[in-house]
Design a protein around this ligand. Structure first.
Ligand code: TRP
Length: 333
């Protein structure tokens, strides 16, 4: 039986952190045998809110590729590629833009939240939002369907994008009376989302993340200074004690155990004892990932070669898809 196709991706806006690692990278690694897997470095999407700093996006393309490979995404089994190197994605985005209303895009809760966060770029009330940013879910639909993916592993913030993709696919089929695409399905990670070390969302801009590329010393320093509360015991109670519970969660993910069980065992540790143990165990857990990453950093040509092989493979599939699409749309002159 032929394998089903999987596609997912990351915006190259910074190196990947342990939130990405536990939340999505391990999941990709676990799925790469069962599916024909495509991992996209979404540089074009990253530019939709970094158009004024293209060097940031460029600098992080290889970082993101290396983080994936170091975490176990195996270039022999998964196809890694750069979004901008597949012009058919841009072409498909244009065709799809007829199949979704501006109002639907404006209601997308993830896009809405991002516009509200980015006042410097898009104005106090989003009055200066660009056509490109508002439309990135359309471009994401093209990312997913360019390889005719069945399954899209993502975090829950991406569910609205998958919903838009499904809507576009269904419209396309109805409008042009074909069945080119599978109806793609989101696959949520079972792993609960970890927070940053200050209790906010883990993110580069908040300076609260542990990166896969951090040194063991940086990791220890970051965890030592992680925010906690004034409690005297350790428990897993994310609602009332989010920061300490988040550290327990990270610890439990490292050990592949239930966070409540773990918390009850270390209940009487002091915060500083626990933090040292956590940092040590995290460093030990990430040792092979970091070793592999250091190896890759030493041979960027090898990483570029992998991305280039991915480009060649995806181009072929993308052109196949576009042939079907142009034919369905009667523009196959
Ligand atoms: N929007 C995703 C994110 O911010 C990245 C992404 C781009 C993606 N294209 C994709 C994810 C296609 C899944 C499928 O993380």
């Amino acid at each position: 039986m032929e394998k089903k196709t999987l596609l997912t991706g990351d915006r190259p806006t910074g190196p990947l952190h342990i939130g990405h690692y536990f939340g999505s990278l391990l999941n990709r690694v676990a799925m790469q045998d069962e599916f024909d897997s495509y991992i996209m470095v979404a540089d074009v999407q990253a530019l939709t809110d970094n158009f004024n700093q293209p060097e940031r996006v460029r600098e992080n393309v290889l970082e993101v590729a290396m983080d994936n490979i170091a975490s176990g995404v195996d270039p022999k089994r998964s196809t890694l590629f750069i979004q901008s190197q597949i012009p058919q994605i841009a072409e498909l985005t244009v065709f799809y833009s007829n199949l979704i209303t501006v109002n639907t895009l404006k209601r997308n809760p993830t896009v809405k939240a991002e516009i509200a966060e980015k006042k410097e770029l898009f104005g106090q009330d989003g009055e200066s939002v660009t056509y490109g940013f508002l439309g990135y879910p359309v471009s994401q639909a093209a990312d997913i369907t360019i390889v005719r993916a069945h399954i899209v592993p993502v975090g829950d913030d991406q569910l609205p994008m998958i919903e838009t993709t499904r809507e576009i696919v269904e419209r396309f089929h109805r409008m042009y009376k074909t069945e080119i695409f599978p109806l793609p399905q989101a696959k949520l990670s079972d792993s609960p989302r970890i927070l940053g070390l200050d209790g906010n969302k883990m993110s580069k801009s908040l300076n609260n993340a542990v990166y896969l590329k951090d040194s063991p010393e940086e990791t220890i320093e970051k965890i030592k200074t992680a925010k906690t509360d004034s409690g005297t015991t350790i428990e897993f109670n994310p609602k009332e004690r989010p920061e300490i519970s988040n550290l327990v969660l990270i610890y439990s993910l490292i050990h592949n155990r239930n966070p409540k069980d773990v918390a009850s065992e270390i209940k009487h540790n002091t915060y500083s004892e626990f933090k040292l143990k956590l940092a040590g165990d995290l460093n030990r857990h990430l040792m092979p990932v970091r070793a592999k990453r250091a190896e890759l950093e030493a041979k960027p040509h090898y990483v570029k070669e992998i991305l280039d092989m991915g480009r060649v493979k995806v181009l072929e599939k993308a052109e196949e898809t576009l042939k079907l699409v142009r034919e369905a749309m009667k523009i196959n002159y």
